[in-house]
Design a protein around this ligand. Structure first.
Ligand code: PLP
Length: 492
């Protein structure tokens, strides 16, 4: 299977490329993103045959259908990383919390966020490719919290890949920061930046534009790659767990083969939701994909009104920080799939030059065939966390936004699966405020302990252990100092 570009493969533009190329060099030739030329079909026979197989086997079969140019042994080694999850027999539990509501718990991996679902196997595949080609890559990441830990964990001690990760000092939870600064491997560099997430991102942009930096990369024979969700190597693993959630409901006897379900996705960069859309297109009986946003409601606005508009919008910091986003990069892949390359290029150009694009009424109707959306806010999320905790189910602030879709968006009486994207332990101070109704924000450690004793639930051992671990990455610098720090790192 080959990959094409969302803004066209016209004359003078890049040719179609295989999967391996698309994931090593994820920035397509002129600003677009790589997408598969076609999607494999998973028909009723496929679903029937696989209703009881293990997660790893299901994953292997779906990847085989894609026909990617990665050897089967390497795919198996990559998928074996799911054995590190809490229960290797069932790495992704699908849990019933209401008669017609189920939670796809995607956070049972090493960094307790759903980013592990893709980054764990992806890291192995990328590093194996680099090794076999005898090439060296640098991955730069700016993180507001979850991508950083999962990327570092994925590439720690991996051959021929280095990762430099910037985080805003004070802009992440203690748990997220400790997950990064205690990750000890010679191929990793973690730097705190004095400023916010925007400053971290703009420091990266400056770096990418710097001639000194580019010259040094060349001299060291290091190429740049990326591990964010513009990389299709992440998206492909995010299709699988949506198929799995359908099969889990079948296996639990909750639905009949062919019965449709809703899937609700708390969205930011739209990678998770795009995975659900591809699963639907491939044949999984999904009625609609329901998108939840927080107060940064660009996605809800696009799907409800057909307008993507960030003019004069400022990023609002919320209790669900992984969804605090204005430019949601994977929407481009959806636009391409619905409207083709010329129209996608037109809309992306408008977004760049005017900070806005508008769908026609017909285009909006096409989008609404597959999607509906709603935005939530912190107060609503806190109320949901409190209500469910008192009934014995603990969900994090991102997952809580999904209940807004459950309560408001269903047009048919169908069962719903919501995606749980993080464990509560990553956002303990917010959780405690929700559960105890306190106004004062405690430290992560104090909040973890209070919640644990109040609700009688354990603190995840790997999270608890973070507070005792040695801090190996101590740099916290002004953004002007980033370049020299990273230059030192790639020369070392
Ligand atoms: C990354 C993340 C999201 C957003 O996922 P996208 O694929 O970027 O839409 C939601 N919740 C959590 C906890 C995350 O880490």
């Amino acid at each position: 299977m080959n990959f094409i570009e969302t803004r066209g493969n016209g004359e003078g533009f890049a040719p179609k490329v295989p999967f391996s190329y698309a994931i090593l060099h994820p920035s397509a030739s002129y600003g677009g993103l790589y997408v598969p030329e076609s999607l494999p079909k998973l028909d009723a026979t496929f679903l029937e045959e696989n209703r009881d197989v293990s997660y790893k086997r299901l994953a292997r079969k779906i990847l085989t259908h894609f026909g990617i140019d990665i050897e089967p042994e390497v795919i198996d080694e990559a998928l074996a990383l799911y054995d590190k999850f809490d229960d290797p027999e069932n790495p992704v539990p699908v849990v019933k919390i209401e008669e017609d509501l189920f939670v796809n718990e995607l956070y049972h991996g090493p960094t307790r966020a759903f980013k592990d679902m893709a980054l764990q196997p992806f890291g192995h595949i990328l590093s194996d490719l680099a090794k076999k080609r005898n090439e060296h890559y640098l991955i730069l990441a700016a993180t507001s919290g979850d991508t950083g830990p999962a990327t570092l964990e994925s590439f720690a001690n991996k051959a021929q890949i280095r990762v430099a990760c910037l985080y805003p000092e004070g802009g992440t939870s203690d748990v997220q920061r400790l997950q990064m600064v205690t990750e000890d491997a010679p191929n990793l560099k973690v730097i705190g930046i004095k400023g916010n997430f925007d400053d971290a991102q703009s420091a990266l942009k400056n770096l990418l534009a710097s001639d000194t930096f580019k010259a040094q990369l060349k001299k060291s024979h290091i190429a740049l790659s990326a591990a964010n969700s513009v990389n299709f190597g992440r998206i492909i693993f995010q299709i699988i767990y949506h198929v799995h959630s359908y099969l889990a409901l079948l296996a639990q006897g909750e639905i009949e083969m062919g019965e449709k379900i809703y899937i609700t996705v708390p969205s930011g960069n739209f990678g998770n939701a795009l995975g659900a859309y591809y699963a639907k297109k491939m044949g999984v009986p999904i009625e609609k994909i329901l998108i939840t946003s927080n107060a940064n409601n660009v996605l809800a606005q696009l799907i409800n009104e057909g307008v993507y508009d960030i003019r004069g919008k400022k990023l609002i910091l919320t209790n669900s920080p992984a969804m605090d986003i204005l430019k949601s990069s994977n929407v481009e892949r959806l636009l391409f799939d619905k409207f083709g390359p010329e129209r996608t290029k037109e809309m992306m150009d408008a977004l760049n030059s005017e900070n806005r694009y508008t769908l026609t009424a017909e285009e909006l109707a096409l989008l609404q065939e597959d999607f509906a959306a709603i935005d939530s806010d912190d107060a609503y999320g806190m109320e949901i966390i409190r209500r469910y905790a008192s009934k014995g189910y603990v969900m994090d602030p991102h997952t809580a936004t999904c209940l807004k879709a459950y309560e408001n968006l269903r047009e048919k009486d169908l069962k719903m699966v919501i995606c749980s994207t993080a464990e509560w332990t990553k956002f303990a101070p917010t959780m405690l405020m929700a559960i105890e109704g306190e106004a004062e924000k405690r430290s992560d450690l104090e909040a973890l302990e209070r919640i644990s004793s109040k609700l009688g639930i354990p603190i995840t051992p790997s999270v608890k252990a973070l507070f005792e671990k040695e801090i190996v990455h101590k740099d916290v610098v002004e953004k002007e100092a980033i370049e020299s720090k990273i230059l030192q790192f790639i020369q070392s």
